[in-house]
Ligand binder design. Structure first.
Ligand SMILES: Cc1cc2nc3c(=O)[nH]c(=O)nc-3n(C[C@H](O)[C@H](O)[C@H](O)COP(=O)(O)OP(=O)(O)OC[C@H]3O[C@@H](n4cnc5c(N)ncnc54)[C@H](O)[C@@H]3O)c2cc1C
Length: 381
């Protein structure tokens, strides 16, 4: 385990050595981003257990909950070293960033003891049950309801786009607890057990051919009273904090960005069409500007929309440029990583809030522009 007094540089050296040794022994799981492909579940779990056993799980979580007790700058170094070695920094983004972050901020002592260590040890896998067929960008309009049955809650409704829900043990779930309030004051936040009755999880096939997200149908599905996180009817505050963490989780995106851009540049050779060469170099310049932004933001939630927008729009442009450069050859490369990346990138412009919503947030929260009018708001006379 890393000792308490390791400097940042010493921690980096130790982390790099641990990752290299783990890779050499075939334990480290290759990087996969925010959504774990189901086929990689076993590898990712073994890697998470190995990180936990060796003191590299939950680098900035408190020691009493299984973490290492370091500051956030150590966590950033851990993410950077994982990116440099192309391994995943954790098994389950929904567990470590979203559920874990929310429990650390809003959980009771009992909830922290029950969930945090077990999450780090890969005993609990989480999913995020926010979006519904009629409520994505306008999440506050969600209609899944939680009814109070005295000794437990009962959930009824439908969730969608729930990444890795088919594998999850628990989900962070938003449900309406006050049927009288159609706005944010009627919503509560639950740490929902996915193994109970009344839950039907149906994986959806996406255009990459994988099934990484699901529909989740809830029919009177029970939830323990003790699994309400934060105040009753006050779940919206918890949810906005989770959404900010989701946007800001860039970790070592800069390193991955540099590597993927370099791969694009490496495709240039003597026969490259000058117009395409120009396009690649424009992409390179954008990557440089984005890298500066990522380095400056350092996970600051205020800059999250800017970072999320820049990163996901850039990925789409980069993968398109790469594919266009391949010309007709791309159509016969159905299994190639290049095609997979190209088909995957647009989803990231939608997941965690669409690019249009990020632009709205930048306008309203960073630039101080007037708020977007709500369609339901009556026009002033
Ligand atoms: C790969 C992937 C993984 C996901 N994983 C999860 C998950 O694990 N859990 C979860 O809960 N959700 C998940 N989501 C859902 C995601 O959060 C929603 O898809 C997203 O918030 C958009 O909601 P929507 O799909 O209902 O689209 P809508 O909100 O219906 O939007 C449709 C279009 O209208 C535009 N639009 C909507 N409102 C505005 C506005 N006010 N101003 C300008 N334009 C607007 C949008 O930008 C979009 O182009 C995932 C999505 C994807 C693609």
């Amino acid at each position: 385990m890393p000792s308490d007094d390791l400097t940042l540089d010493a921690f980096r050296t130790k982390a790099a050595a641990f990752i290299q040794a783990s890779k050499a022994n075939g334990i480290a799981c290759r990087a996969f981003g925010a959504i774990m492909p189901p086929a990689m579940h076993d590898d990712a779990k073994a890697w998470q257990q190995h990180m936990f056993a060796n003191g590299f799980a939950g680098v900035s979580w408190p020691k009493e909950y299984g973490g290492q007790g370091y500051g956030p700058e150590y966590r950033l170094v851990w993410s950077e070293e994982c990116a440099r070695h192309e391994v995943s920094p954790y098994m389950n983004f929904q567990g470590f960033v979203l559920a874990g972050g929310a429990i650390l901020k809003y959980g009771t002592e009992e909830q922290k003891q029950k969930y945090l260590r077990a999450t780090l040890a890969a005993e609990i896998l989480w999913c995020q049950l926010f979006s519904e067929p009629g409520s994505g960008s306008d999440l506050v309009s969600l209609s899944t309801r939680a009814e109070d049955h005295g000794d437990e809650w009962r959930m009824t409704g439908q969730k969608v786009w729930s990444s890795t829900a088919q594998l999850a043990d628990h989900g962070i779930l938003l449900a309406r607890t006050d049927p009288e309030d159609r706005g944010h004051r009627g919503i509560s936040f639950f740490l929902f057990d996915m193994h109970g009755p009344g839950i039907d999880v149906r994986p959806l096939k996406q255009m990459t051919g994988d099934q990484e997200f699901c529909e989740v149908f809830l029919d009177d599905a029970p939830a323990a009273k003790s699994d309400l996180l934060g105040p009753l009817h006050g779940g919206w505050g918890v949810a906005t904090s989770v959404l900010a963490d989701e946007r800001a989780e860039v970790g070592a995106a800069g390193i991955a960005l540099e590597r993927s851009t370099q791969r694009l540049i490496d495709t240039i050779d003597a026969g490259t069409d000058p117009v395409h060469r120009d396009r690649i170099m424009r992409t390179r310049v954008k990557a440089g500007a984005l890298r500066q932004l990522l380095d400056r933001s350092e996970g600051d939630p205020k800059l999250g929309p800017l970072v999320k927008l820049g990163n996901t729009e850039f990925s789409t442009e980069r993968t398109r440029t790469r594919l266009d450069g391949m010309g007709p050859a791309a159509t016969v490369l159905a299994d190639e990583q290049v095609v997979e990346d190209f088909l995957y990138a647009p989803g990231m412009r939608v997941a965690g809030g669409t690019s249009e919503i990020q632009r709205n947030l930048i306008g309203e929260r960073l630039l101080g522009l007037p708020r977007e009018p709500k369609p339901s708001t009556p026009k002033p006379r």
